[in-house]
Design a protein around this ligand. Structure first.
Ligand SMILES: *Cc1c(COP(=O)(O)O)cnc(C)c1O
Length: 465
């Protein structure tokens, strides 16, 4: 079931006169003067929302768009629960705490039952908290030896925009390793070239936004061990596991990317991506309690009780956390593995079929990163269309299959990407493939003048969702 209002909530049709008045008002930006009856306002807004895209055809987003009816029910039951108000809602607080320790266990923390972590609104907030902890810990180490704390830097691969935000908002130099040729990810060699005494940490992404591939956390960790042995520099890793932290434990349990590596001090993940929770929940966890500096924890007493908090937000809905807990209990490792195995199989199937269409070179085939695939044109100059044209053609049939250019130094490379999430079926895959074939036929008969098409326009970048 999609996240739409259910039929029985739809109000009876309103009279002509009422809907005219409503339409007038909903098209302005002025704050309404008068009040109106709830049923007609509901009906008007419901009708407006119908014009939004169909989330099941959105192959651009990483986020959950399919939820069980039990999750819908829990979300309604939790509408009044403020997760920050731990004194008023101790059960919600206990559930959040259980989720944290379940995740610490899933990610192999040596202190799973006692380590520290928190829920957030998503990976972006969790990334800010992870980055702040790195910065504080670095400062402490520097101060202890009387060294300058003026110029912290953070080394990353091609990261999601949240890390650019962290670095700008919190005054840290970002050393983003550019892509070169076929190397579209961070490598140990590139990390080592940029490390110095002011490096607060390395961000390794498990599931890069642009290509869906995993960065080699273990190899980076090994390289940093060697660097420490040679120079004494002890540089921590934070893993941005927005997607991968809810995939690798089930599908690639032998992949060492998590707290099994002592150098991995913190991990963020989006509960609302492959954690399958409704929108609005992420997680930040530290390997052991002492990896999170105490100075970042605030004690508040004005909600009754004395509550330690570490978060950028204060009030926040509790429903998403509770539904995350529902998913953990409902699915267990077995259920997550089952759902994700099917997603991976569909991603690989699409990679095979789309590869066979002819004009495309598959860059990522859905095997050892996030379920999905991405491709480029084999011969962009002579294809008779750009991937932006193909994205537009698919969009006419409701499919959102984003085309976008890569970041530095591969801005010349345009790729197209599909994410396979829970709720995408084999039948839908066939419908999409059919539509792609029809679009290719159309371009073969009516080639696009590539010099005039939208390839240069910046308005096509959908990669960050
Ligand atoms: C989605 C994503 C983010 C941002 O996560 P939100 O939950 O949308 O805030 C950060 N990093 C990566 C790698 C992502 O895929």
């Amino acid at each position: 079931m999609a996240l739409h209002a259910t039929e029985e909530l739809t109000a009876a049709p309103t009279s002509e006169i009422e809907s005219e008045v409503l339409n007038d008002q909903t098209e302005t930006y002025e704050f309404p003067e008068a009040e109106q009856d709830p049923q007609s306002v509901y009906a008007t807004i419901h009708d407006q929302l119908v014009l939004d895209g169909n989330s099941q055809q959105n192959l651009a987003t990483f986020c959950t768009t399919w939820i069980e009816p039990e999750v819908e029910r829990l979300m309604v039951e939790c509408a009044d629960k403020n997760m920050i108000d731990k004194d008023e809602y101790p059960q919600t607080a206990a559930i959040e705490e259980r989720c944290i320790h379940m995740l610490a266990d899933l990610w192999n923390s040596p202190e799973a039952a006692t380590t520290i972590g928190c829920s957030t609104t998503g990976s972006s907030e969790a990334a800010m908290l992870g980055g702040l902890a790195l910065k504080w810990n670095w400062r402490k180490r520097r101060k202890a030896t009387g060294k300058s704390i003026e110029t912290p830097n953070l080394i990353t691969g091609p990261v999601q925009v949240c890390w650019h935000k962290f670095c700008r908002y919190f005054d840290v130099e970002i050393r983003e390793v550019p892509m070169e040729g076929d190397r579209l990810l961070l490598t140990p060699e590139e990390v080592l070239k940029r490390c110095d005494e002011n490096t607060i940490g390395i961000i390794a992404t498990l599931g890069v936004t642009f290509t869906l591939q995993y960065e080699p956390v273990l190899a980076i960790s090994d390289a940093l061990d060697k660097l420490q042995a040679e120079t004494g520099l002890d540089i921590p890793i934070h893993v941005d596991g927005a997607s991968g932290a809810f995939l690798a434990p089930f599908i690639h349990p032998n992949l060492h990317w998590d707290f099994r590596l002592p150098r991995v001090k913190s991990i963020n993940a989006s509960g609302h991506k492959f954690g399958l929770a409704p929108l609005g929940v992420g997680w930040a966890l530290w390997r052991e309690k002492h990896d999170l500096p105490e100075e970042l924890i605030f004690d508040v007493n004005y909600l009754g009780g004395n509550m330690p908090t570490f978060a950028l937000n204060f009030s926040r809905p509790g429903g998403e956390i509770i539904c995350q807990y529902y998913n953990f209990l409902r699915l267990g490792k077995e259920g997550y593995r089952k759902i994700q195995t099917e997603c991976y199989a569909l991603g690989r199937y699409l990679a095979e079929k789309i590869g066979e269409l002819g004009p495309f070179k598959i860059i990522y085939d859905g095997t050892d990163g996030i379920p999905g695939l991405c491709w480029e044109l084999k011969d962009p100059a002579n294809a008779g269309f750009t991937l932006y044209d193909l994205a537009d053609a698919l969009r006419e049939r409701g499919w959102l299959v984003p085309a976008y250019s890569m970041p530095a130094n591969r801005e010349d490379l345009v790729i197209q990407r599909i994410l396979v999430r829970h709720g995408f079926t084999r039948e839908m895959a066939h419908a999409l493939l059919e539509q792609m074939e029809q679009s290719l036929d159309h371009f073969a008969k009516n080639p696009v003048d590539i010099t005039l098409s939208g390839a240069e326009s910046g308005s096509h970048d959908h990669s960050g969702r």
